[in-house]
Design a protein around this ligand. Structure first.
Ligand SMILES: [Fe+2]
Length: 368
């Protein structure tokens, strides 16, 4: 017995002295009496009914191992009864025996065509009947075993699938947590905060979803956008942490953070890190071609970069810097439209449509 069988205690019952439950339909009362005595003498359980409809009513309650039926009965005949039994998933596995007269060859052929498993001749031969019952019981027990085994296998597969899904979710959340913490480590030297990273992530997700990107891409933008400034790790402290405005030369060095970030994330294999690399490189490109590092224009800029650009500029406008005060939402909104040439119009309009949500995400995600 394999592990699965042991677990369920499944086994085919020994057939010596096995007791079968036999459901029989025949309208002949005399035959019923004789047949019942014969079956009981063999040690089996039997339930006799007068017609096919009655048999169909009893079958699910009595749960027979074998069904036997006469051909001609009031109402539907033995052939139609067999067809119905074999068409019902709950009864199709129960062996059906059609009892015919010895001479009726056409009935025998039709009985087999309808799905009958065996044919028995009237008058019945006691030895043959006993052997047929034994064989059919063997078939039924084996079918029962396979059905139970199949059910158990399905439930094992289901439970393993749930375990795998949960393991996958744990690995994924561990991966995301690692990425978030490494991003925070990279940002640690900068003035930016964990809240800024969270806001960029939430606002970019909002725009991506509003635009109707597929959920997998929305997720990649949500988890990839926090790494947009990861390249700042390569900018010297004297420039990165300078309290005032940068000189032109210093600003040129600051601008290299997008290429450094893309280099750090180059050749990534996961969707999230690929998207993160795309965003790191393109989040300072501008729709009108005035951005950096490559001065890409319009749709040359990856969609993820166009999205994060909107979120990043809005967040910068609303945040306090050593050289500027924080703006209220209304003022930031106005400036966004003054800078409209820099943004993909689709995402600037989406920003306008979702402005209340942008305001809420900014206000609700501040440092404690
Ligand atoms: Fe940046």
């Amino acid at each position: 017995m394999n592990d699965l069988a042991k677990k369920s205690n499944l086994q085919t019952a020994p057939l010596e002295d096995a007791i079968a439950r036999i459901l029989v339909a025949d309208d002949d009362k005399l035959f019923q009496e004789l047949f019942k005595d014969l079956i009981v003498d063999m040690g089996h359980d039997v339930l006799m009914v007068d017609n096919a409809m009655e048999l169909l009513e009893k079958v699910k309650e009595y749960k027979p191992d074998i069904i036997m039926s006469d051909v001609v009965m009031p109402g539907i005949d033995g052939f139609e009864l067999t067809r119905r039994l074999k068409a019902d998933p709950q009864t199709m596995h129960i062996p059906v025996v059609i009892i015919t007269s010895l001479s009726d060859r056409a009935a025998k052929v039709l009985g087999l065509e309808c799905g009958a498993d065996e044919l028995l001749n009237k008058p019945l031969d006691e030895t043959e009947l006993s052997l047929r019952i034994r064989n059919l019981l063997k078939v039924k027990r084996f079918e029962d075993y396979l059905m139970e085994h199949g059910k158990l296998l399905s439930s094992e597969v289901e439970s393993k699938t749930v375990q795998l899904e949960s393991a996958f979710e744990k690995i994924k959340s561990g991966y995301i947590e690692t990425v978030t913490r490494l991003t925070l480590a990279a940002e640690y030297r900068d003035k930016e905060t964990g809240s800024h990273i969270k806001r960029i992530s939430l606002c970019s997700q909002l725009l991506a979803r509003y635009y109707g990107l597929e959920e997998q891409k929305v997720e990649a933008i949500f988890f990839g956008s926090p790494m947009h400034d990861v390249g700042k790790i390569g900018i010297p402290d004297s420039i990165l942490l300078k309290p005032g405005k940068h000189t032109v030369e210093e600003f040129e060095i600051m601008k290299t953070h997008s290429v450094i970030g893309a280099d750090i994330l180059r050749n990534a294999e996961s969707d999230i890190l690929k998207t993160a690399g795309e965003i790191a490189l393109s989040h300072h490109e501008a729709w009108d071609g005035s951005g950096y590092p490559y001065g890409l224009k319009g749709e040359e800029i990856p969609i993820s970069g166009r999205i994060v650009k909107v979120a990043d500029v809005y967040d910068a406008l609303r945040s306090k810097r050593p050289y500027k005060k924080a703006m209220e939402h209304k003022e930031a909104y106005k400036i966004m439209f003054e800078l409209r040439d820099q943004f993909d119009p689709t995402f600037l309009n989406a920003f306008a449509e979702c402005e209340d949500e942008f305001r809420r995400l900014f206000d609700e995600n501040q440092e404690m």
